[in-house]
Design a protein around this ligand. Structure first.
Ligand code: COA
Ligand code: ZN
Length: 313
């Protein structure tokens, strides 16, 4: 059952250090990444996807992930997670001290192959092994599933909600016993708010609301990022991904721009009375640091308005 809609508060997951940094082809100095992440924590960010344990050949920007994690692993009051594409990534992430793993499977066959070089079924088999590993790790370990291309695929076009149901059902079958957070990802940013609502509604009708924790991961390619996130929370989502300064663009989803900017989302939520625990001025300072990183593409409405007007009431 869905308790309070809209909720009094939502959890934000800052994904600039993963989805954002991975879009910059030339590796950034580790120290610059550490300073940007620290600025995000200083702004009140409580959950961060800090990077990914992936092949450094596939994403050279993530080659220093171990050093980034070790800079923050002892920080109190902030939950750190990392994206992993396989069991090797899971082992490396756990060895680095992280206890939250984000496993990615695209519901579109073509995108999954381009992204992680295997079929959706092979990725789901991988999920079964990772779920075993997380169970072995004990109750402190958490697993999140990023379901990519839930609304649109750059190769296959619009995605039918039934396909999302089909892949999610298989994923739930192999993760039994774990409380799974599932992020419904608009990888290309082409979803519209009504499609987000409809897809989530259909999935909820089939799998029930209490089966998983609901998250939404949106991009702002077509300008609907904030609206999509708001429709998602009206449909019971309580965890929203965003990228400070709107940094991003997936190297495996041609044409997709950055995630919805954290500051734009925070503005809409806080002005609407939904708590995020973020200090807007500090967040904008973090956004300025991120926007100054060489090679990144950013897009943020809040950074364009005078700072005195950007303060949330
Ligand atoms: N972390 C670090 N290295 C890894 C790794 C991981 N999780 N998984 C594989 N590797 C290494 C292997 O050890 C191997 O190294 P070697 O060439 O020195 O022996 C190399 O990467 C290739 O491994 P292989 O298993 O053959 O994988 P692949 O070439 O088929 O690539 C992935 C598959 C999934 C590992 C790769 O495509 C990848 O990391 N993709 C990341 C995609 C991503 O981040 N997308 C954006 C997020 S949605
Ligand atoms: Zn993304």
């Amino acid at each position: 059952m869905i308790s309070t809609i809209p909720p009094h508060s939502v959890e934000l997951v800052e994904v600039a250090p993963r989805d954002g940094f991975q879009s910059i082809s030339d590796p950034l100095p580790t120290q610059a990444k550490v300073e940007a992440i620290q600025a995000l924590i200083d702004a009140g960010i409580k959950r961060i996807e800090i990077g990914s344990f992936v092949s450094p050949k596939a994403v050279p920007q993530m080659a220093d992930i171990k050093d980034i994690v070790s800079a923050f692993i002892n920080q109190q009051g902030v939950r750190l997670s990392a994206l992993i594409p396989n069991l090797k990534g899971a082992e490396l992430a756990l060895a680095s001290g992280l206890r939250e793993l984000v496993y990615v499977v695209s519901v579109s066959e073509t995108h999954n192959k381009k992204n992680v070089r295997q079929s959706v079924d092979a990725s789901l088999e991988g999920l079964a092994h990772i779920a075993d590993r997380v169970r072995d790790e004990g109750p402190k370990a958490r697993l999140r599933l990023d379901l990519g291309t839930c609304f649109d695929c750059p190769y296959e076009g619009r995605i039918d909600a039934q396909r999302v149901v089909e892949v999610l059902r298989k994923a739930l079958a192999v993760t039994e016993g774990l409380q799974l957070e599932v992020a419904f990802c608009d990888t290309t940013g082409r979803a519209n708010p009504y499609q987000v609502r409809e897809t989530l509604k259909i999935v909820q009708q089939v799998i029930g609301y209490d089966t998983i924790d609901w998250a939404f991961h949106g991009h702002n390619t077509f300008g609907a990022g904030v609206a999509n996130a708001l429709f998602a929370i009206e449909q019971g989502v309580t965890v929203l991904d965003a990228s400070c300064a709107g940094l991003g663009g997936c190297p495996f989803a041609p044409g997709a721009t950055g995630n919805t900017a954290t500051e734009d989302l925070v503005f809409a939520l806080q002005e609407g009375g939904i708590e995020t625990g973020i200090d807007m001025m500090r967040l904008l300072h973090a956004a300025d640091l991120i926007a100054a990183l060489p090679g990144g593409l950013t897009a943020s409405s809040l950074r364009q308005v005078p700072r005195t007007r950007a303060a949330t009431r």
